[in-house]
Design a protein around this ligand. Structure first.
Ligand SMILES: [Zn+2]
Length: 293
């Protein structure tokens, strides 16, 4: 584990960009001490990479972002180990292997840092939300896909890493996953995959058997995560979890039955859909050595 570098002092406003599979939001934060922000723009994320860059560049040019000397970007995609580009993005295939950070920095005349949206969500919940003062924890998003990031910390050391929780293989699962593998957890919990499989959006499902299976499978995934990392708390976010209030209690019940003798506490993320944006804006003050892309 890395010895933790000191957090950067930062007095200027912070510009955060959240590039989700559906929408892009750009927010200006007065300081790293608050998740409150001014929304500068929100538009549907362009599937075409160049178009997305132009749209962001236009907002940065036209809006009053004077003083913001760094841009932090959250992307719904796996980021290359050097933090400079996107390497895997089922929802944004046109972004893969493009020199994203370099080109956006050149376009906006400002340094840029990228991170996976789950890493940004974790950074925000750890600073402002339900993961405050928890050294070993995770941030889980249950949405179009099933993603997570973990933080392993102790005193002045801390490492935040994006993980592929949705693509862990469950025993006996013969379902083909959109990632190309067979048997992934996400075949039971990914909004996009479930809609393709059953022909209706997950939010329209009302049968209790469907949601029982959903919670059982996701609980197994979280128990595996807890056993492999010994995390204590998980902040649960994402549209499916935020809109279905019974999901977190059902997950907790399943986990309590499965996990012996240790415990794992689930908490509904308090920042909701703001977390990736707020975490993106924090990137300039977080030491790069704290994040494992
Ligand atoms: Zn998969």
């Amino acid at each position: 584990m890395q010895k933790r570098a000191a957090e950067q002092k930062y007095d200027a406003p912070l510009l955060g960009i959240d590039i989700g599979g559906t929408n892009t939001r750009i927010g200006l934060f007065p300081s790293p001490d608050t998740p409150a922000y001014t929304l500068l723009a929100k538009f549907p994320t362009y599937q075409e990479y160049e178009q997305e860059l132009r749209a962001i560049g236009q907002v940065v040019r036209e809006q009053d972002v004077r003083g913001a000397t760094y841009i932090g970007v959250s992307v719904a995609a796996r980021i290359a180990k050097d933090g400079q580009s996107v390497i895997f993005a089922p929802n944004l295939p046109g972004y893969v292997d493009k020199p994203f950070a370099t080109e956006l920095a050149a376009l906006c005349h400002t340094p840029v840092r990228l991170a996976h949206d789950t890493v940004c969500g974790l950074l925000a919940e750890a600073r402002f939300g339900v993961l405050r003062a928890v050294e070993r924890c995770a941030y889980l998003t249950v949405s179009t896909g099933t993603g997570a990031a973990i933080q392993l910390g102790k005193a002045d050391t801390r490492l935040v890493s994006s993980i592929e929780i949705g693509h862990q293989i469950l025993d006996g699962n013969s379902r083909k996953c959109l990632c190309g593998m067979t048997g992934c957890l996400e075949t039971y919990t990914g909004g996009r995959q479930l809609e393709l499989r059953y022909g209706q959006p997950v939010e329209h499902r009302t049968e209790s058997a469907f949601w029982e299976t959903f919670a059982e499978k996701l609980a197994i995934g979280l128990v595996n995560l807890a056993q492999l990392t010994r995390i204590d708390v998980v902040a649960v976010s994402g549209a499916i979890a935020l809109n279905r209030t019974s999901l977190v209690p059902a997950l907790q019940q399943n986990i309590d039955q499965l996990l012996i003798p240790s415990t794992l506490t689930l908490r509904l993320a308090t920042l909701g859909e703001t977390a990736p944006l707020a975490g993106a804006a924090l990137l300039p003050v977080i030491p790069e050595s704290d994040i494992l892309h």
